[in-house]
Design a protein around this ligand. Sequence first.
Ligand code: HEC
Length: 166
Amino acid sequence: MACHGQAGITPASGIFPNLAGLTPEYVAKQLADFRQGTRKQPLMNTIAQALTEQEIGQLAAYYGTLAGPPLHVGEAGGEAARKLDQVGDGARALPACANCHGLRGMGEGPLLPRLAGQSKEYFADQINAFRNGSRQNDDVGVMRAFAQRLTDAEVDALGQYYAGAR
Ligand code: HEC
């Protein structure tokens, strides 16, 4: 609660992700990845190493039942962000983010996470982690590849787009 907020919804800005609105499968996978170190974040690595398998399962089930924050995706970030979300950019071999993350970042299935409602700070932090290799838990490296192809201005615009007006 200290970092991820009451009922898994964080205050409007800052580096901490909402956990509410994520699937139990995704929460469990991230805790396992933090524990293993394929996703590096010193505080979360330590916390995840202290959890048992059973506790990871219980936490995943708990957060998986909580409703995510109210969404206003697409009200910010402009046309460039909307295009990357819904069309992509063939010239750079960038598929539409929506192909995997659902339209407007709503999430698509157990392991394709919701982006909608996360802060732009968290969004940029994750893209940078995929870029610099501190996050290597995207199984076949798709996010590490896509993150390299986005400009900083696009990361900023996409962060605003998915965060929406909260
Ligand atoms: C081919 C499928 C695919 C496409 C297309 C894709 N992603 Fe992803 N993305 C993933 C997967 C899978 C993960 C989860 C990796 C994991 O298990 O930790 C992910 C994770 C992320 C995360 C981290 C979310 C979190 O809270 O942990 C961000 C941010 C992200 N993607 C942004 C984007 C953006 C922006 C685009 C478009 C430029 C995009 N993705 C396109 C598959 C995709």
